[in-house]
Write a protein that binds this ligand. Sequence first.
Ligand SMILES: NC(=O)c1ccc[n+]([C@@H]2O[C@H](COP(=O)([O-])OP(=O)(O)OC[C@H]3O[C@@H](n4cnc5c(N)ncnc54)[C@H](O)[C@@H]3O)[C@@H](O)[C@H]2O)c1
Length: 430
Amino acid sequence: MKDTNINRREFLKNIGMLGAGALMAASPWLSAFSEVKHTQKEKCRLGIIGPGSRGRFLMEFLLQNEKAEIVALCDIYQPSIDKALELVPNAKVYTDYRRLLENSEVDAVLVTTPLDTHCQIVLDAFDAGKQVFCEKTIGFTMEECYRIYQKHIQTGLIFFTGQQRLFDPRYIKAMEMIHAGMFGQIAAIHTFWNRNGDWRRKVPRPELERQINWRLYREHSKGLMTELACHQLQIGSWALRKLPEKVMGHGAITYWKDGREVYDNVSTIYTFDDGVKMTFNSVISNKFYGLEEQILGSKGTVEPEKGRYYFETIKPAPGFLQMINEWEQSLFETIPFAGTSWAPETAAENKGELILGEIPKTDGTSLLIDAFVEAVITGKQPPRIAEEGYYASMLCLLGDEAMQQERTLYFPDEFKLNYLNHTATNSATV
Ligand SMILES: NC(=O)c1ccc[n+]([C@@H]2O[C@H](COP(=O)([O-])OP(=O)(O)OC[C@H]3O[C@@H](n4cnc5c(N)ncnc54)[C@H](O)[C@@H]3O)[C@@H](O)[C@H]2O)c1
């Protein structure tokens, strides 16, 4: 059994958080761990709705948390139930989530079904008095996300979303550094997520294609935006403490022309009120650059996924010097002098510094799950966690809509929440 307390203590120590208020200010949801000592003997009894690939991954973490007990499962697909039962053989099994919600033994549910089913399940779960963890993206449309958020506020029940970066020590520390102004004024946030694969799952019978490969079809999913961008767009509001005001973008199916309906190639530009840009680019036919969020400030750059930051002051060798060196090595014997346009402005060869002393062992998922368990037991919703998840979902859905309509779309006023100061200036100037 994992000792979750030691894990949390190590985590807090690792990011230098013990006693430090600045980190809490940047990531206030970490307060979920503030009463761990006092809740030692209490239990959180959970039901898992949709224990497919992600659901079972999250179950593995719950099984390591001695305060969590998985008492019920619900799925419409027998192979998913069978695999989940291997993890929790004594759980009660349902094929209709509404019956699971009637089980008074269940305090909280994890909703890990396909995107298009989230909204109704989450609303029904709140109505049944259950605390809710819903995987991203929380709703299929912006209206659905808003209805979910409003229901969470009205019922006062706990609401977490599957945005594990909020608990990733690299991101938490990077945000503290950004908010302290270490990287100067942030001008741009470049996010990208590239893969090389068709994103398909094996289907045992043809009639199950849409059910199993739901990610590829517009009736169930918005593809790369709701599956990948959702994680990365959240970085902008966390770093800049405000929302972008508008988005434009283009999407296409350029490689995987196999009957799918969602784009395999997208580019979006989100613009903040001061002109700062956040981009999201994704292709799934080339993985060379992988995934990253590059936060570009006037004094430095931070790449949380890589866990590194780079100051601007370490200058690369001037292009002219580099050319002479290469000339001396006879590399250019046959090439005529190319004039000033030759001077390269290729990326700096600055290897940067590690954000944390060592690369952490967690991507935040286990801590996110532990924080949810704590919140259910204490009944205390940690500040801003629901709102960060809400905005992440809203931004990826707005970006998808902009691509569909092929025009610039503004974040609708009626969907803005009051918790963020929308007029806050760039973090470096606060
Ligand atoms: N946070 C992350 O990093 C992350 C990673 C992967 C997936 N996800 C999210 O997790 C969710 C599930 O993704 P997945 O890859 O596990 O999908 P999946 O298809 O593997 O699992 C979904 C499960 O839900 C079941 N299901 C469908 N409709 C149902 C219903 N009405 N009632 C009960 N069960 C139902 C399916 O049969 C399946 O077993 C998605 O929202 C996805 O975006 C999040």
